[in-house]
Ligand binder design. Sequence first.
Ligand SMILES: *[C@@H]1O[C@H](CO)[C@@H](O)[C@H](O)[C@H]1NC(C)=O
Ligand SMILES: *[C@@H]1O[C@H](CO)[C@@H](O)[C@H](O)[C@H]1NC(C)=O
Ligand SMILES: *[C@@H]1O[C@H](CO)[C@@H](O)[C@H](O)[C@H]1NC(C)=O
Ligand SMILES: *[C@@H]1O[C@H](CO)[C@@H](O)[C@H](O)[C@H]1NC(C)=O
Ligand SMILES: *[C@@H]1O[C@H](CO)[C@@H](O)[C@H](O)[C@H]1NC(C)=O
Ligand SMILES: *[C@@H]1O[C@H](CO)[C@@H](O)[C@H](O)[C@H]1NC(C)=O
Ligand SMILES: *[C@@H]1O[C@H](CO)[C@@H](O)[C@H](O)[C@H]1NC(C)=O
Ligand SMILES: CC(=O)N[C@H]1CO[C@H](CO)[C@@H](O)[C@@H]1O
Length: 423
Amino acid sequence: MKSFIINCLLLIAVFIYPIHSQQFIVGCYFTNWSQYRPSHGYFIPSYIDSTLCTHIYYAFANINIKNRSPSPFEINDIQSIIINNSIQYMGMYEQFNLLKIKNQHIKTLLSLGGASVNSTKFRYIFQSNKIRQEFIQNTIKYLRKYKFDGLDIDWEYPETEKDRRIFSLLIRDYRLAFQNESFLTNRTRLLLTAAVAAYRPKIEASYNIKEITPFLDYINLMAYDYHDRHFLGNWNTHIGFNSPLYPRSTEIDNQRFLNQQATVKTWIDGGCPPSKLVLGLGIYGRTFQLQQKNNPNIKPYAPSKGPGLPGSYTNSSGFLSYYEICDLIKKHEWHTEYDKEQEVPFAYKDDQWIGYDNEKSIEKKCYFIAKQRLSGAMIWSLDLDDFNGSFCEQGKYPLLTKIKKTLEKLQKPIKNNTKNFIK
Ligand SMILES: *[C@@H]1O[C@H](CO)[C@@H](O)[C@H](O)[C@H]1NC(C)=O
Ligand SMILES: *[C@@H]1O[C@H](CO)[C@@H](O)[C@H](O)[C@H]1NC(C)=O
Ligand SMILES: *[C@@H]1O[C@H](CO)[C@@H](O)[C@H](O)[C@H]1NC(C)=O
Ligand SMILES: *[C@@H]1O[C@H](CO)[C@@H](O)[C@H](O)[C@H]1NC(C)=O
Ligand SMILES: *[C@@H]1O[C@H](CO)[C@@H](O)[C@H](O)[C@H]1NC(C)=O
Ligand SMILES: *[C@@H]1O[C@H](CO)[C@@H](O)[C@H](O)[C@H]1NC(C)=O
Ligand SMILES: *[C@@H]1O[C@H](CO)[C@@H](O)[C@H](O)[C@H]1NC(C)=O
Ligand SMILES: CC(=O)N[C@H]1CO[C@H](CO)[C@@H](O)[C@@H]1O
């Protein structure tokens, strides 16, 4: 009976104490694999400028089925090497949370999952009440031990009606448990966010929007990769923008959902208050090989032979970081153009083509965030911006700095809880 009453109080608390933040959120993802990039690509937590973000996310933590607990992907995520009482090497989690010294307001969150964690793990852990509760309690211990301020759920992706139910349950139970722990220990409640799909048919298949939103502090819209893996099932035959803000007039059927405006509209129409939505911005480009070398057709939806060549630092075909793109444009004379209709730039040379974001398109997207009264912006990811300033010659973190400055200028207007998408 006692625990029933506590649970009811917790539920009420969730609904009457939404976060009232006047400042725009700037969420920044850190990726554990950028530490393995060569020379100028090498990136570790101390390279993060914590004054540019309000929230930073550590991507990713794994699910350990046997211990029913989150677990590190890399031994150096957690392990510090201490010899004779002096730290020779500090674990990455610890380095990450040290960023709070420079910016005491910053919140650090651990992202659970990511594309490399199989959905069957999520199903196994969160389906049964007993295992779910055990995993959640172990998550709290894990977050507190490593000094994180919250958890970001990154299940890519729930797929069936049953998955949607499991997802709603896990979100609800995490929030209630976080609230409970906060009451019982008199500590600031752990934050709870989720990184979610952007393409409308995927959103509909993956989430019961109205069930999850009350329990989440923020929803990180992964509003990029529109012309990659879920590009209507095929990304090898046509070129397209990674993260266009608006649709093209020539698009038909589901193509009209392949843009950020459609994503935001889908979430809001589905019942999510704009004040919980954080628009994801890609600090990278998706690249393609064009059909022809000479006089190629460079318009979106022109034929492509497949992904473009890998970059010298990120070494992944079909993908280039913003700093690698700067390098191609500045040193290798790629042509650049700006697509006014979809509000994104593109660049090309010979048979190579990139759709990406630059300072101009990022600024437009920040205006869109303010106009739609969203909570703010999120970037994927820190290590892809020109973090050292040596490639783009626009200072350190040119795109992230643009986001911060633009959103600061636009400051959040008086809270307006309108549920409607603003045209
Ligand atoms: C950072 O940039 C400076 C010049 O702006 C350059 O000399 C230095 O090598 C760069 N460092 C790294 C690690 O890229
Ligand atoms: C640790 O300290 C001991 C005693 O001072 C010394 O002999 C040893 O070489 C030190 N080990 C390292 C790895 O510095
Ligand atoms: C996920 O795990 C299941 C069961 O262990 C396996 O059958 C499936 O191939 C895995 N999927 C991927 C993408 O690894
Ligand atoms: C809250 O904590 C109490 C005491 O540890 C426990 O009995 C109860 O089940 C918890 N409720 C939730 C929702 O975690
Ligand atoms: C709870 O924490 C606050 C500050 O964080 C402190 O002022 C208060 O006395 C604490 N209450 C209890 C019951 O420990
Ligand atoms: C780039 O990736 C390929 C495999 O995709 C690998 O064989 C190669 O060694 C990598 N190159 C560098 C410089 O890391
Ligand atoms: C909130 O926004 C809507 C849509 O722009 C507008 O119609 C309404 O007047 C606004 N309400 C307030 C109190 O500003
Ligand atoms: C070095 C490295 O890539 N470490 C891990 C980082 O996290 C991913 C999952 O998101 C793992 O697959 C990597 O092994």
